[in-house]
Design a protein around this ligand. Sequence first.
Ligand code: SF4
Length: 449
Amino acid sequence: MALSGIDIFKMLPKTNCQECGVPTCMAFAMKLAAGQAELDACPYVTDEAKEKLEEASAPPIRPVVIGVGEKALKVGGETVLFRHEKTFINSPGIGLLITDVMDESVVDEKLKKFKEIEYERVGLYLSADILALKDTSGDAVKLIKLIEKAKGMDLTTLVLMSDSTDVMKEVVKASADLKPLIYAATAANVDEMGKIALENNCPIAIRGNNLDEIAELSTKLTDMKIKDIVIDTGARKLKQSFDDHIALRRAALVDKNRTLGFPTIVFPCEMTNDPIKEAIFASTFVPKYGGIIILSEVEGHNLFPLALQRMNIYTDPQRPMATSEGIYEINSPDENSPVLITSNFSLTYFIVSGEIESSKVPTWLLIKDTEGLSVLTAWAAGKFVADAIAPFIKKSGIEEKVSHKKIVIPGAAATISGELDEELGDWEVQIGPREGAHITPFLKNWANA
Ligand code: SF4
């Protein structure tokens, strides 16, 4: 039976040393009880307490790490069914499938794109995470060649796929230091695949034909003392795979079924030959519990929307996404360029900066920290009002960058113009458009005035 926070607290050292990253042992105990922390974070728990606590403190879906170092991918560890309950924790890894029978030039091109395609968004870098290297020829040498090629490009987070335990033995031997995910143990080979995972201390995926079979496979592996397991439900139809993911998450969280409490790997690349459908299928598993999502291509058309969707779903819903406060230069402004100000709600920033960019009018954009609130909400909360904005404008350094003293405020905040005029003294406050779509004509008129 799960222990309460108080039960767990009684077994902790009670020194409040904070090394676990929370202020007190009690706070750490509460986090453990809620499945939001890992026991390993406290270095001072006795072995005896550890044994008792491990079962009670383990998150309902085990976190599994694939790979090593900075590029290691952590999946699982989730504690809720729905994002509005609490934050989803470890975002799904986006992966690319490469097989050992692809032409070398095709492989080179795929690896190049995998490595190079990256997008910056609100200071975060969005890219693919994991390579799935698949043996289809039964020749370990070919798969080892692929591993070496990936390693040569510093791509070291890997899923190694083969149905042959002979091939798997060879390829894992050649890459065990990278802690790849071994794919996959099935009813036919679970003992041997499990042995390979155990000997090389690597995570292992299981593939079953239904959830009962998956539960049997995971029980066999956990009996072998293997903990790091990833589930492939075996479904290659969207509806079945979607249903399986829901059933798995509910079984782990609601029914506390430990045999199904593991992250998943899902293969939209094997569900369709249509690249657009594949991207749409993949997007289904971003909010609905995919752990690793394997694609046949990593291109702008699928990576950007998926990575963006992933970023949005896996942010804390209680904390609005925000852009940093400061001066943003758009289209190479000079001392005569207009100065606009808005809030640091990321969506506001993207809309306003995007409209300015497409207007091609050189512009200074001031972003005021409103704790991620949009203009109107920030105004209502007293964060986008004259006595908050005026000191920011004066201290921002914009006065040294322009030869005029005109500031354009959002049309939605027109009511603050009088007060802002007074607060700013010698600045002229102009009221800009209410809608992002009207920014371009407004700026063009401003530039021509
Ligand atoms: Fe308490 Fe351990 Fe956290 Fe220190 S690291 S505060 S002893 S739980």
